[in-house]
Design a protein around this ligand. Structure first.
Ligand code: G3H
Ligand code: ZN
Length: 277
């Protein structure tokens, strides 16, 4: 069923593990993540980014499909708006029934980010929608990687107190859109932030982090782990292989192969982040 973010993250944090958050671009992504969640009996976050909304030209159709898939899933599924820089888009997501949003004011001047995030929290909480925000720009979305940026623990605690957000994305050494899993995270910093910030922490740009780095990040206190580029690579590789080995003009053949491959990797990562042996 469709679930809010807060209870899903609270249960993971109480259990000392994390929840995977995967990006939905095509409808088949959402189908793959639902299959993965059911296969390993774990909740999942399905997120639609502002960039994906720009690609489709509208939030509504992809949101409607993702919400329907979430409702039909036997595991809890959070449908989340990812990296929204537009307050109007946040309001639309709330109207459409998404259960969580990320307001990304990381490019705004600090005081404007705090003030706008607090406004987003007020409008979302009124509708029972959870809010994630970002402090310290993770970077890389524009192709400029800045793995050196770090979030200060005290600043993070103050930001949460000022804004009332339900989850906080922090900069601890990852960077968006990495195609090789070579990032080294500052796990001591994750633990320092987790010790003073009362809400669950979110890792962005997790595609660049190898399996053992993800596990170390979860053990240090990360509760939501966002993975997009890595699954896009799995998707594209499977699609290319399918087209080479079994050429077909039927889009279901190669998109189906991609969906199966993404479901397998999504299930594997759900279990990895749940720290299952
Ligand atoms: O918000 C989405 C993520 O931070 C995904 O980043 O594409 O580098 O895995 P990634
Ligand atoms: Zn991100």
């Amino acid at each position: 069923p469709l679930s809010p973010l807060v209870p899903v993250l609270a249960a993971a944090r109480d259990g000392g593990h994390a929840v995977a958050a995967y990006n939905v671009i095509q409808i088949e992504h959402a189908e793959a993540y639902a299959v993965a969640a059911e296969r390993v009996s774990l909740p999942v976050v399905m997120q639609i980014s502002e960039n994906a909304v720009k690609y489709h030209g509208s939030l509504r159709p992809i949101a409607a499909a993702t919400l329907a898939i979430a409702e039909a899933c036997t595991q809890p599924v959070v449908v989340h708006l990812d990296h929204a820089e537009s307050v109007d888009l946040v309001e639309e997501a709330v109207r459409l029934g998404l259960t969580s949003v990320m307001f990304d004011g990381s490019k705004l001047p600090d005081d404007v980010n705090r003030e706008t995030t607090a406004r987003v929290v007020a409008l979302c909480h009124e509708a029972g929608v959870s809010v994630e925000a970002e402090l310290g720009e993770v970077g890389g979305k524009d192709g400029v990687h800045a793995p050196g940026v770090r979030t200060d623990p005290r600043d993070a605690a103050q930001f949460v107190a000022d804004t009332g957000v339900d989850a906080l994305a922090v900069a601890v050494g990852s960077s968006h859109a990495m195609t090789e899993r070579v990032a080294v995270l500052d796990t001591d910093l994750i633990a320092d932030i987790a010790a003073v910030v009362p809400v669950p922490l979110v890792l962005h740009g997790s595609s660049g982090v190898p399996d053992d780095g993800l596990v170390a990040a979860v053990r240090a206190g990360m509760t939501k782990v966002n993975i997009a580029t890595h699954l896009n690579q799995v998707w594209t590789t499977a699609m290319q292989r399918s087209l080479e080995e079994r050429p077909s003009v039927d889009t279901r053949k190669y998109l189906g192969a991609a969906r199966d491959a993404v479901a397998d990797e999504a299930a594997r990562l759900l279990e990895l982040l749940a720290l299952r042996p």
